[in-house]
Design a protein around this ligand. Structure first.
Ligand code: BTN
Length: 253
């Protein structure tokens, strides 16, 4: 696998290019960029503070899963948002997905869609994942992991994951991609509802038959829409209408 060298200064420069970005902290290796961004948020670092790493030793995914990647192959970044309204926190997760998808689409020419809530997909395979975490003071950490140059995935992921390399992306460095993502995200930081229209256009879950695993319970049915609160509405096989706030969705074909 051809790894991209990690140049911290290229990432730090993003703060001079994207007005919303306050400062970029770049690490060759760190436990988790989300954990570091949380630590910085608790130390009162402002919104727009970004943490990026070439490698994580304890990367985390949604639903308590691990997020594993090797140095030089993925874009791993987290940033601090201080949404003015508590209710905006769940919409920020969707808005982050729109920003990542729009930036990837524009920068690479790859047509991506969003699996609810915010998996960035290409033809049913996951290209990027997003972990949004709320802190007690009301701030939110947005963490993204984009598979950039991975050419082989572990067997259990092989038919479910992809990378920019495997999708024959136009060449783009990780720092340039992160700058585009942050640029796309910035208008949503305090207005995440403004991402909903774009979200619905990109969301491949809407209109699809789904299995949803949520806190120990599994349901199957048809996903009908994503409502203004960012919940996935599903009509299950007994005809019950459900609005799902959090869960693990599988598209059934
Ligand atoms: C998911 O799809 O489960 C979300 C994956 C999020 C992974 C990113 S990598 C950078 C940031 N730091 C972490 O520990 N997790 C997120």
């Amino acid at each position: 696998m051809e790894r991209e060298p990690f140049d911290a200064t290229e990432f730090e420069r993003i703060a001079t290019i994207v007005p919303w970005v306050h400062k970029v902290f770049a690490f060759a290796s760190i436990a988790s960029t989300n954990d570091e961004a949380s630590r910085l948020a608790k130390r009162a670092e402002p919104e727009g503070t970004v943490v990026v790493a070439d490698h994580q030793t304890a990367g985390r995914g949604r639903l308590d899963r691990e997020w594993i990647s090797e140095p030089g192959l993925a874009l791993l970044a987290s940033w601090i948002v201080r949404p003015p309204f508590f209710a905006d926190r769940s919409l920020l997760a969707l808005a982050s997905g729109v920003a990542v998808a729009d930036a990837i689409d524009t920068a690479t020419g790859i047509a991506v869609d969003l699996k609810w809530p915010n998996d960035v997909m290409v033809d049913g395979r996951k290209l990027a994942g997003i972990l949004c975490e709320g802190l007690p003071d009301g701030s939110t950490i947005v963490g993204i992991g984009v598979n950039v140059r991975t050419s082989e995935f572990p067997l259990d992921l092989a038919d479910r994951a992809t990378s920019l390399l495997l999708e024959r992306s136009r060449p783009i460095g990780r720092a340039a991609l992160l700058a585009s993502i942050l640029e796309a995200f910035s208008p949503f930081a305090h207005a995440p509802a403004s991402a909903l229209e774009g979200y619905r256009k990109r969301c491949s879950t809407i209109g699809t038959r789904v299995r949803v695993l949520m806190s120990g319970q599994t349901i199957e049915g048809s996903a009908t829409e994503v409502n203004d609160q960012g919940e996935l509405t599903v009509v299950d096989d007994s005809g019950e209408h459900l609005a799902i706030r959090a869960g693990d969705v599988t598209h059934l074909r």
